[in-house]
Ligand binder design. Structure first.
Ligand code: C2G
Length: 129
């Protein structure tokens, strides 16, 4: 069975690890689409702190992750699901409902986000130090 998930994973933190480990626990090969720097910029109007090469290396080094690729566009999820023959698409529940239109291709699962941690929060804390 193949599981696919997506994310920026900038300033990698415990919320990122939790969702990847829980995705892997569904059982099977875990493939992770890491958002490109350009995709991140188009979504957030700022560059990520860590560039796409480093973010991909960090995610690929995790024992729960079997394969990584660069996610170039939010609109290509259907293509990626088919390319990697995903049986499950896993996302955090901040994306609840956003990918339901893909449920004819694979099972779409939203897992609860880890509370009280985010890249944005880390940036704000570091700014104040
Ligand atoms: N996440 C989480 N708990 C947190 C923070 C993040 O479970 N406290 C999850 C998010 O729900 C997401 C994954 O970790 O499923 C990656 O989060 P981000 O790096 O913030 O990714 P995002 O910018 O949401 O990009 O195509 C979708 C996008 O690439 C997702």
């Amino acid at each position: 069975m193949n599981i696919i998930t997506f994310g920026t994973f900038d300033m990698f933190h415990i919320g990122h690890l939790n969702i990847l480990e829980r995705a892997k626990e569904l059982g099977g090969k875990l493939v992770v689409g890491v958002s490109s720097d350009a995709l991140n910029f188009s979504k957030k109007q700022r560059n990520p702190i860590c560039d796409e090469i480093d973010r991909m290396r960090i995610v690929a080094a995790l024992s729960c992750v079997d394969q990584v690729f660069l996610e170039e566009s939010l609109e290509l999820k259907a293509e990626y699901i088919q390319k990697y023959q995903a049986d499950y698409l896993v996302m955090g529940d901040d994306w609840e409902g956003r990918f339901d239109h893909l449920s004819h291709l694979c099972k779409v699962v939203y897992l609860p986000r880890t509370p009280a941690i985010s890249t944005t929060m880390l940036i704000e804390i570091v700014k104040e130090i």
